[in-house]
Design a protein around this ligand. Sequence first.
Ligand code: SF4
Length: 725
Amino acid sequence: MRAATSTRLADADVGAVDTHCPYCALQCGMTLSPAGRASVRVRPRDPSAGGLCQKGWTSAALLGSPARLTTPLVRDGGTLRPASWDEALGLVARRIKEISAERGPDAVAVFGGGGLTNEKAYLLGKFARVALGTSQVDYNGRFCMSSAAAAAHRAFGLDRGLPFPLTDLEGADAVLLAGANPAETMPPFLSHLRRAMDAGGLIVVDPRRTPTAERAALHLAPAPGTDLALALGILHAAVAGGRLDHAYVAERTTGFEETWRVAAAWWPERVERVTGVAAADQRRAAAMLSEAASAYVLTARGVEQHATGVDTAGAWINLALALGLPGRRGSGWGCLTGQGNGQGGREHGQKADQLPGYRKIDDPAARAHVARVWGIEPSALPGPGRSAFELLDALGTGGGPSALLVFGSNPAVSAPHSARVADRLAALDLLVVSDIVLSETARMADVVLPITQWAEEDGTLTNLEGRVLLRRRALAPPPGVRTDLEVLHDLAVLLGQPPERFPAAPETVFTELRAASEGGPADYSGVTWDRLRAGERLHWPVPRRPEHGQPERDKPGHDKPEHDKPGHPGTPRLFLDRFAHPDGRARFAAVDHKGPAEPPDEEFPLYAITGRVLQHYQSGAQTRRVEELRAAVPEAYVEVHPDTARRAGLSDGAAAAVVGRRGRVVVPVRCVPSMRPDVVFLPFHFPGAQRANLVTNPALDPVSRMPEFKVCAVRLTPAGEREAQ
Ligand code: SF4
């Protein structure tokens, strides 16, 4: 293990290095000083304009943490012991060969993460399909952004979280944030909403009065699982109030009539009975958005993490379309992506149904293109595999994989119905985890591979506005660790692949990614590391050939030699002229309210909702090991209205059991008067008996296969002595 003081500068990189925060999709720019501590580089029009949040400021603390893994571990007689890389990788390769030979290639599965760089996500998907030959590959981004992605594909023909630059929001007079709490998840983002907040134009839809809702001029607090009905009510109010943008709907969309047939039955007073949101407030929201010169509708996990997440995101898109917002400069709809590379991570092939460039794996032309880049026959590419929860749920069962390789994820804490997932992980014949610390999933592994952290490696990420960013190596990694790319290279070679097919140098991998993405929806072929190093702000698609579709004589630099021609400038704003469907029109979706998959009943009378706190990120594997963050929020808790606590025989600080159909969470009570009396809130960053996902419902959206993290039925009781321990 390495001491905190031993963080060293790379010889080649002496001096401050500009890079990006390792955590959320805002990807705030930061400068790492020679001491290795993070500090802000002020750039007024950069996403970091609002500074760094506490997570960003403290992110360097983990670089020298004593919790850092610096040697491979292999399980021996029930315990993990240090091993050499040769022993660890040799063991993994041998077991993979044995399991694959015995049960077929789909017996070996891969689970990735939305924090992996584009290069890692790309090489991981290629490793799964080519080196392992398995279809069983998916990633934790399935839990985060897949419902909005599917809804955006359906509506616009293309998914990019924000189809406009983040800075466009600075001109907004009105912004509706549905199921988003950026004041805690990405505080600097609020600097872009300053004008809307100052103008009294911020509308927040959230069952809780979050720190974001506190800043809103209008806070709408629907019952959990009813925000689709609320979106229908606001749409109804807009149309009935004469606010429909008839010209836009006629010229740029299809499907409004079918959508209105559904929304017509959801007049605001009826919606009020279902959601608890006053009809007058629904009408006020419609008026605020339609009367603003510049207005946006933005959604996030609160909208998506439902068994009806695609339709719920679609309902908010319907509202934006009815008001004529998407595809117009200065207005729009967008999704706030969560994980650091949540956008790029879903574009480059670690998803069960996708190939690089956001291509579909069942599209023959896509398969032919990617197979050509990879030097294999299209028929050698596996088809679609299981989605994330279905994959985890099948582990160690008769028909499911019996080996799993995990990169950049901690599903023992972050997956829904986590007791079931832990059982499945324990049933595997081989569990391999590549991580920087001994996460809860790594503790269960047969082999743990210690890898580099963000500041110790180069790579690219794609932030929430679809802009490709260069992550720069600022520090030499400690002896003994390897990059994920090196691990994939080494394993691929041990499995019999030619070494050049799995390059370990990130820029080389990116060059191949560019070719694999060329011509796809997320086309990176015109992005080069040299352009990123030069500070170009490139939003995909960035085709290799500049100014596609223009006559040659009109292209900038047409008279210059090819290597001197300027690159494509990227596409900061999508859809200004047309949407990505073949007819150029956006699609309304005729979606209706269904409600949560598991509504409260007599036995479990409360809604449990889950979410984040400012100090922690995802499963907390990193942030729980940063002393300043751990000291600020050392453990989970349950937020509850004081009356609800009293009825359960509980008071502030008492140990409570939040009991659901799949398990129970034992946490101290935090009484919050602004909570709805029918709702309890659990942060999901904590392990053991405090895992919020012990109670969450793995009911999946039929399209995105995203679980219903955001609502399940529970009851609240005092914790027994055994539970409180
Ligand atoms: S966690 Fe997100 S908001 Fe906070 S500093 Fe990092 S990138 Fe910025």
